[in-house]
Ligand binder design. Structure first.
Ligand SMILES: Cc1ncc(COP(=O)(O)O)c(C=O)c1O
Length: 414
């Protein structure tokens, strides 16, 4: 289905400027609706929640509406399963600190070497508490995580497997449903980092059957704010991190010390409105399809994103594949079922750090480095080259923008 790109771009005021934003895996532009909601909250309902007076009641409803959007976006069964916090890094840390209290020394946790450190470091730190940490490495040839390698690492002591839904360097999508069922059959839990997935595809924690799942709204067109989903049964039995008088059955509050951020919670309702608006615009194209609620609207909107983004990836990958001096770090194909439109590459004999400054001159924002997936960059031997150059698109980018970038890259030879 063809994305209504003019409608899309009009919702992001920053896109009216002269810059081309191709560092979206670092952070996307913010929707006007989101900024408006944050402003509206602060200007009209900036009071403490839970009091009887009218404005406090309104503030409570607004904050709750944000949590509801977060719950819909991950497809949680119950709204109490979503914990809101400042960042995925912080939420993963908090999760590890709580979960470790339910583990015993000698228990095992498996992490990958291809995740952002947010879903590695907190788990590796549990070594200090007597846990054994093992690493599931990507196959250096395929750059994929293979189940047989996981099978070799798992024992009856494995309590948790932590991995990413999509790599923020490789763009590769991991088959989480299959991995989750493999992990569950062996009696362990799975914790998934959805940060590089959620800007492009709609997470579904029920369909995936994951135990924990997190992503950050600042990469999904919203503010610097994040959500961690946890299965209710786990959250209820895990110790909280809030004050002693916060009840053990008070989820998610027992995991939100100092509470959630009120204005940002309300802000994310703007993402819901955007997806609903987009679905309405596209419903006609889908044979007058009836859109039933936010989840359905989001599914339709994301379907349009994926098709459009695949075209953007194809344009860039065709160019990169045609260059003998370029090595793509990740899948060479653009198919949306195998990769996200996050494309990393190196140019032979060229330090990656020298490329973005040349591109900057043309008012195009891209980036180089390890993107906090340092272990992957080191294991692939790319650290001496200053990591990779990463071009990361989202649905508001255009083919014209890709061509503008390609014209600049054509001038940079290895
Ligand atoms: C895949 C991935 N996971 C986690 C993070 C960390 O997210 P946050 O900045 O919300 O802690 C990032 C940020 O770049 C990321 O790309």
């Amino acid at each position: 289905m063809k994305l209504a790109i003019d409608f899309v771009r009009a919702q992001f005021p920053a896109l009216a400027g002269e810059w081309v934003f191709l560092d979206n895996a670092g952070g996307s532009q913010t929707l006007k609706q989101v900024a408006d909601r944050i402003h509206q909250y602060l200007m009209t309902s900036d009071v403490q929640l839970g009091a009887s007076y009218e404005i406090s009641q309104l503030a409570g409803q607004r904050v709750k509406a944000g949590a509801r959007v977060a719950a819909e976006l991950v497809n949680a069964e119950d709204e109490c399963e979503v914990i809101l916090g400042s960042s995925t890094t912080m939420l993963m840390k908090l999760l590890s600190l709580s979960l470790v209290e339910t583990f015993k020394p000698g228990d095992e946790v498996i992490v990958t070497n291809c995740d952002h450190e947010a879903n590695i470091g907190p788990w590796r730190n549990l070594e200090k508490r007597g846990m054994i940490i093992k690493t599931w490495r990507v196959n250096p040839e395929t750059l994929e995580l293979h189940l047989e390698d996981l099978a070799a690492l798992m024992t009856e002591k494995t309590r948790l497997v932590a991995l990413t839904h999509a790599s923020n360097i490789l763009g590769t999508i991991n088959p989480i449903k299959q991995i989750a069922s493999f992990v569950h059959e062996r009696g362990a839990m799975i914790c998934v980092d959805g940060v590089a997935y959620a800007p492009h595809a709609l997470p579904d924690v029920r369909q995936l059957d994951v135990d924990f799942y997190a992503f950050s709204f600042y990469k999904v067109y919203g503010p610097h704010y994040s959500v961690l989903y946890g299965k209710k049964a786990h959250l209820l039995r895990m110790p909280g991190v809030n004050h002693f008088f916060i009840a053990e059955n008070d989820v998610p509050y027992k995991f939100q010390p100092g509470s959630s951020n009120y204005e940002l919670s309300y802000g994310i309702t703007g993402i819901g409105d955007y997806l609903t608006g987009l679905a309405e615009v596209h419903a006609g194209q889908a044979g007058g399809r009836e859109v039933k609620g936010l989840r359905d609207a989001a599914a339709l909107a994301y379907e349009c994103f994926a098709e459009h983004e695949e075209g953007l990836s194809a344009r860039l990958l065709d160019f990169l594949n045609s260059r003998s001096d370029v090595r793509i770090i990740g899948k060479k194909e653009s198919g949306r079922s195998v990769r996200m439109p996050t494309v990393s590459f190196v140019i032979k004999n060229v330090k990656s750090s020298t490329i973005p400054p040349e591109v900057d001159k043309h008012k195009i924002g891209i980036r180089y480095g390890d993107f906090y997936a340092r272990r992957l960059i080191e294991d692939l031997g790319l650290a001496p080259q200053d990591g990779v150059v990463r071009v990361s698109m989202v649905h508001y980018n255009t083919l014209e923008e890709m061509d503008r970038l390609i014209r600049v890259l054509e001038t940079l030879q290895g």
